[in-house]
Write a protein that binds this ligand. Sequence first.
Ligand code: SAH
Length: 378
Amino acid sequence: MPPRADTANRLRERPVRCSAGAAERANLIGFARPRLESFFESLGERPFRARQVLKWVHARGASEFEPMTDLGRSLRARLGEVAEIRAPEVEDHRVSADGTRKWLLRVDSGNCVEMVFIPEGHRGTLCVSSQVGCPLDCAFCSTAQQGFNRNLTAAEIAGQVWLAVRALDRPVTNVVLMGMGEPLLNFDAVTEAIDLMLEDLAYGLARRRVTLSTAGLVPGIDRLAHRAPVSLAVSLHAPDDALRDRLVPLNRKYPIAELLAACRRFAAVNPKQKITFEYVMLDGVNDSPAHARALIERLGTVPAKVNLIPFNPFPGAPFRRSPQAVIDAFRERLNGAGIVAITRRPRGDDIDAACGQLAGEVVARAARGRRSALAAMQ
Ligand code: SAH
C-alpha cells in the first residue's frame, strides 16, 4: 500500500491508549469551575483555588504550575504530580491568502482534528471541532467521508481555544462549534468546554458570541436550551423531508417538523436570539425558486435567519456549488419574504479550511491521501 493511504488509514484507527501514568493525571485545561472546585476539595484544598487556576490557565495561558506563585510551593509540587495542563499538539498550521488560518491538531497518537480561525474586521471567529470524524454521514460533507472515531474530551475542545488564543496576535471574539463532528452527540464535554468559553475568569465570551451548530439532534437541542443556551445554528439544507432525508440522514430520525418544534422551544427559552438556519447551496439539488418558497413557508413561525453556504467542493464530492446568480436569487426571495438571509463567503478555501472541508488528515498529504483512501474503499 502506498505510504499516503497508510497515513490516511492510520488516522482512522481507534485511539491508542496513553501510558498509564499520563492518563491518570487530571488535565485541568478542560475543567470548568465546578469540576475544578471539586478537584481542589479532593486534594483537601479550599475551592477558591479553582478561581486562581482558571485565571492562570486560560486568561494568562499558563501550561505549567511552577509560575503560579499565589498557590504556594507544596501545592504547586502536588499539582505537578497529579495534574497537567495539556492542549492538543499542533501537527500543521496554514495561513490562507485571505488571512484564514487552519491548524491540524493531534489529540492522540492515532487521531487529528482541525481548527480554523477566520478574521473579519474586528471580529475573529474560531471554529473548533467536537469529535474526531463524525457519525452523521451528511452527503455533502468531507468530514463524513472519514467516518467516526471518537468524541473529543472537554480538555481537547477547550484546549483548542487555549491554543488559538496563545497563537494569535489578535483576539478571539467569537467561537463556533462548527468544525469536525456533531457537538450535540458529545453533550457533556461540549457543554463543559462552553462553560469555559463563557467563564469570566477564562475567556469571558458573551453567550451570543458562542454558536453551536447541529445537524438537528432534537433531544440535544432541548437539553442545550436549559444547560447552556448559547446561539444555535441548525443545518437545515432542505425544506422537505424527502430531500433532507437524502442530504442529512439524521432527518430520518428527527424530521423537519420535529426539528422546527425543538427550535421554537429553544427560541422560547432564549427570546432575544434568532436561530440561524444553515443552507448549503447545491447546484440543481436544493436551490430552485420552489425550494426557496417551501423554505419560507416552513420557517414561517420560527424566529429565524438563514445562512446560505455556497457548497465547498472536496475531492470525490458528488455535488457542485450553485451558480452565484442562483444563490443571489434564492437569497433575494428569502429577504423579500422578510427573512434575514446572508450568503456566507467561502473563507480559506485555498487551504481547504472552508465549511465542510475539514478532514483531520495530515494536511500536506490531504488531497492525495483522501483520493487513495477513497480508492481503497471502492
Ligand atoms: N455537525 C454540525 C457542525 C459541523 S458542520 C452540523 O451539522 O451543523 C458546519 C456546517 O458546515 C454545517 O452547516 C454543515 O452542514 C456545513 N457543511 C458541511 N459540508 C459542507 C460543504 N462541503 N460545503 C458547505 N458547507 C458544508
